[in-house]
Design a protein around this ligand. Structure first.
Ligand SMILES: [Cu+2]
Length: 161
């Protein structure tokens, strides 16, 4: 009984903290003079991204819309989009990740190699990611880690410059 009470107190104080933070949050506008980048990438039933390459400014705010424009069912032709850290081997990442359908095909032990990722999307679905581009310039791989898709060519490059 004692434990239950302190647990409830913890929940209550967390809820209060969340309310406080959201009330006092920064306005979601970009810094003056910075044009936020917006990228739309599609994935299709042929296991291809389009485009397979896009460029963002280092440290800039990026809005990335990923859209599954295919028609095949999600369980056989689902797609995600995971942008990986500099130097990650996209094929090795996806080989390990395809064993984890319960984690959106992201290997839990490799989550530190993921900058940002969508869920697995079915036909006609889309997800918008907003993130801050890395400060380090370079070519960051992105993949669909649904089983077999990276090997079939469903990968690309985010160029940070
Ligand atoms: Cu895919």
């Amino acid at each position: 009984m004692k434990m239950k009470t302190s647990w409830l107190k913890t929940i209550a104080s967390c809820a209060a903290a969340v309310l406080f933070l959201s009330a006092c949050g920064e306005p979601e506008s970009p810094a003056p003079g910075v044009e936020p980048g917006r990228v739309v990438i599609t994935g299709n039933d042929q296991m291809l991204f389009s485009p397979t390459e896009f460029t963002v400014a280092a440290g800039s705010e990026v809005t990335l819309v990923f859209r599954n424009i295919g028609q095949m069912p999600k369980n056989v032709m689902g797609h995600n989009l995971a942008i990986l850290t500099l130097g990650t081997d996209p094929d090795a990442f996806s080989m390990a990740s395809q064993r984890h359908p319960d984690n959106e095909y992201i290997a839990p032990e490799l989550e530190d190699q993921v900058l940002v990722a969508t869920a697995v999307l079915g036909p006609g679905e889309e997800e918008t990611l907003t993130f801050t581009a890395p400060d380090v310039a370079g070519e960051y791989p992105f993949v669909c880690s649904f089983p077999g898709h990276t090997a079939a060519g469903m990968k690309g490059i985010m160029i940070v410059e």
